[in-house]
Design a protein around this ligand. Structure first.
Ligand SMILES: [Zn+2]
Length: 289
């Protein structure tokens, strides 16, 4: 009887778990924005998805969470009757790679930086792992254009890639750009303030005034907004370094709203990373130098 009870308790626990996991994504809709004749941006929950369609098949950049794969596939079917041939991961975080197993099982080839594979290896089934990895850069010839995949060192993580569609003039930054928000810099996965700033500078070197930019999070963007984001990063770096020079502690910096006030006023602290969190991140990363 006791065993029966614990089995049924376990059963209900598992049911409620799966309900919660699904429930979180039930109401998510995938919104598609056309960028050029053959490129699109998909927004659902998690990192923004970049898409290339054409005679060679479908390439997607990042794949959000596993429970959204069916919705993503439905959205892609409206753009192309071809299968997803290639998935490129911009980095290892679960809101960008959660669908890997589903797309891998459907026959897609997953590509990512070496460190993405290292970080996914222990906690993911084989189908979710990148099949092609790179340590510096890679070019994918797809749907009539070269797609440059460029690694940037120790930025948001230690495995970030920027992707640039050379004919479409579209840049996907992964999480090295949060449009209009303070970014998450994952110091525990090899991210750093200096690497993050360098990643944005690298991205800016690739583009021009007409480039459409898909940020990791936030709305479709352009060069002017991307430059504003760089200015925010450089301003915060200078302000936090000045405090470190004065001998201030992490808690001093966390409490000092003057450091971020220009960008707090523009609501950069709106979302996942608050202004206090970004001051702490900058302090921790810059203090190490
Ligand atoms: Zn991320």
């Amino acid at each position: 009887m006791k065993l029966l009870k614990s089995i049924s308790a376990l059963f209900f626990f598992l049911i409620s778990l799966s309900h919660n996991a699904q429930g979180r994504f039930d109401k998510v809709t995938i919104e598609t924005t056309k960028l050029t004749d053959n490129t699109y941006m998909l927004v659902g929950a998690g990192g923004n998805i970049g898409v290339s369609v054409g005679a060679d098949g479908v390439l997607i950049i990042d794949d959000q969470f596993a429970p959204l794969s069916d919705k993503i596939i439905s959205a892609l079917k409206k753009l192309s009757n071809q299968p997803v041939k290639i998935v490129v991961n911009t980095h290892h975080h679960g809101d960008h790679t959660g669908g890997n197993e589903n797309f891998g099982n459907l026959g897609a080839t997953i590509m990512a930086h070496d460190n993405v594979k290292k970080r996914l290896k222990d906690k993911s089934p084989a189908a979710a792992l990148p099949v092609i990895t790179f340590n510096d850069k890679l070019t994918v010839q797809m749907n009539g254009e070269a797609v440059m995949v460029i690694h940037v060192d120790n930025a948001h993580t230690d495995g970030d890639a920027l992707l640039y569609f050379t004919e479409s003039n579209v840049l996907h930054t992964g999480d090295t750009y949060f449009n209009g928000r303070y970014p998450y810099i994952d110091l525990n996965s090899g991210g750093s303030v200096d690497g993050y700033i360098n990643a944005v500078k690298t991205g800016l070197m690739l583009i021009n005034d007409e480039t459409k930019i898909i940020p990791g999070h936030g709305e479709l963007s352009n060069k002017t907004e991307y430059e504003t984001f760089l200015k925010m990063l450089e301003t915060l770096k200078a302000n936090v370094l000045a405090e470190i020079k004065k001998g201030k502690t992490e808690d001093d910096v966390a409490a000092n709203t003057d450091i971020t006030k220009t960008y707090d006023a523009l609501d950069y602290g709106c979302c996942f990373i608050t202004s206090e969190k970004i001051r702490r991140t900058f302090y921790k990363s810059l203090k190490k130098e």
